[in-house]
Each structure stands twice: as C-alpha cells, then as structure tokens.
Design a protein around this ligand. Structure first.
Ligand code: AP5
Length: 218
C-alpha cells in the first residue's frame, strides 16, 4: 500500500499511522517527526525549519520536499509506505507525484481525516508525547497509566512547543489557506477517501482497514 494521510493538525493521522504501519509493515514517513529530529540534532535543515515550526507556519517547500525525496530514494519502500503530514501544498504534491513516478510507485490512496475545529483544539492542547519512543497520548482521551510516564517504555511525556493555544490557531489557519486545496487535487485524481477523524481511535482503525479492503488494497 502506498498511502498519504491528509487532514488538519490533530485529526489523528499520526496515531492511526503508527498502528497501521505496525499492522501492515509499512514504512511510516512523517515530515513533522523528521523535522523535529532535525531540530533536535541542530542540522542545517533543522536550524532553518525551527522558526517556522515554532510559529505554526509551514517550512518552505524545498526543505521539506528534499527531506522526503531523499528518504524515498534511501529506504526500501517495496513493502509500501504511509506519508503523514506530507504533502501540505500543491507544490509538494506535484514534487511527490514526480518522485513516485520516477520510482514507478504511484500512490494508491489518499485518506482524508475530516474533523471539526473544536476536536482539533481539545486534541492538541491535551496531547502528550513520549520523549524516548514517540508514542502519542492524550491527557483525557488516551491517558497513560501513570501520569507523565509512557506506558510502553517508561519515558517522560512532554507537550510539543507548537501545541499551545495561540500556535494551534495559526496552524489551523495555515491548514485552511495552504493545505485544504489538496482535497480537491486528490479528488480529481480519484485517489481521495474521506473518513471521520472524530471517531474513537479503535473504531477509526477498523473503518480504515475496511476502506483498504473495499478498495482492493488488502
Ligand atoms: P506535524 O507534526 O505534521 O503536525 P500536524 O499535521 O499539525 O499534525 P499533528 O501531529 O499535530 O496531528 P495528527 O493528525 O498526527 O494527530 P495525532 O495523531 O498526534 O507538523 C508540525 C509542524 O512541522 C508544522 O506546523 C510545520 O511547521 C512543519 N511541517 C510538517 N510537515 C510539513 C510539510 N509537509 N510542509 C511544511 N511544513 C511541515 O493526535 C492528536 C491528539 O489526539 C493526540 O493526543 C492523540 O492521542 C489524540 N487522538 C488521536 N486520535 C484520536 C481519536 N480518534 N479520538 C480521541 N483522541 C485522539
């Protein structure tokens, strides 16, 4: 399966991607994770990206597209992949199309997680992430057994810098003005499948598996 997960911040893309990639042995590529890693390691790309990410703005297309196209060439994607948070502009979508055509690995499906602004705000303000393994929790929706500690590896849970109310508002505006148009872009290519991001995590996981089955991807 060669998939893109599209949707507003906090729609649950990363949560579902982690489970689906485990279940189907797909390569999970999240530009948000790659960028946070670059910032942590103080790489040239990370230093450039940080100021955009802190404000909730998009990092310039050339930086993000280079990260993904380099990664696509460097790793084995023959078993399939899931792109989470990329593409986010029409320019990125076109660069991705060209890269995948060159690899003879065109996309099978783009899953669009539709959700409301109210859900986004409550999900993002309550999100906590494990510093060691990256597992995603939520203070009320998906709480860890012991407050502040990851159930999986015992690592410390932290709140992302851009998960503060003011930055979240800008991320929503950025999504509406720069990313939302990709819904039509992929609809026209007959690749788009819409699911409700408002569903419970397990319910949505089942709906996604069912969508893949019905489309002949499984
Ligand atoms: P990125 O990390 O990609 O952030 P995002 O798209 O804003 O998405 P999120 O990670 O915030 O949300 P998600 O949909 O994955 O939700 P999650 O599963 O975690 O990007 C960060 C920044 O990097 C950008 O602002 C930009 O600066 C830069 N960037 C990244 N990619 C770029 C690109 N292509 N171009 C340019 N710049 C780029 O869930 C959220 C919360 O809800 C969690 O707490 C979770 O536990 C909970 N939850 C999840 N599902 C459910 C559910 N079904 N029910 C209840 N709770 C749920």
């Amino acid at each position: 399966m060669k998939l893109v997960l599209l949707g507003p911040p906090g729609a649950g893309k990363g949560t579902q991607a982690a489970e689906l990639c485990k279940e189907y042995n797909l390569l999970h590529m999240s530009t948000g994770d790659l960028l946070r890693e670059a910032v942590k390691n103080n790489t040239a790309q990370g230093i450039k990206a940080k100021s955009y990410m802190d404000k909730g703005d998009l990092v310039p297309d050339e930086i993000v597209a280079a990260m993904i196209t380099d990664k696509l060439k460097a790793v084995d994607i023959s078993a399939g992949f899931m792109l989470d948070g990329f593409p986010r502009t029409k320019r990125q979508a076109e660069i991705l199309d060209a890269a995948l055509i060159a690899l003879n690995m065109p996309l099978d499906m783009v899953v669009y997680f539709a959700t409301t602004e109210e859900t986004i705000l409550s999900r993002l303000t309550g999100r906590r992430i494990c510093r060691s393994c990256g597992r995603i929790f939520h203070v009320t929706n998906i709480p860890s057994k012991k407050e502040g500690i990851c159930d999986g590896c015992g690592g410390e849970l932290y709140q992302r810098n851009d998960d503060k109310a003011e930055t979240i508002k800008n991320r929503i505006n950025v999504y509406n003005s720069q990313t939302k148009e990709l819904i039509d872009y992929y609809k026209q290519k007959n690749l788009l499948r819409k699911v409700s991001g408002d569903m419970d995590v397990n319910e949505l996981f089942i709906v996604l598996k069912d969508t893949f089955k019905k489309s002949g991807l499984l």
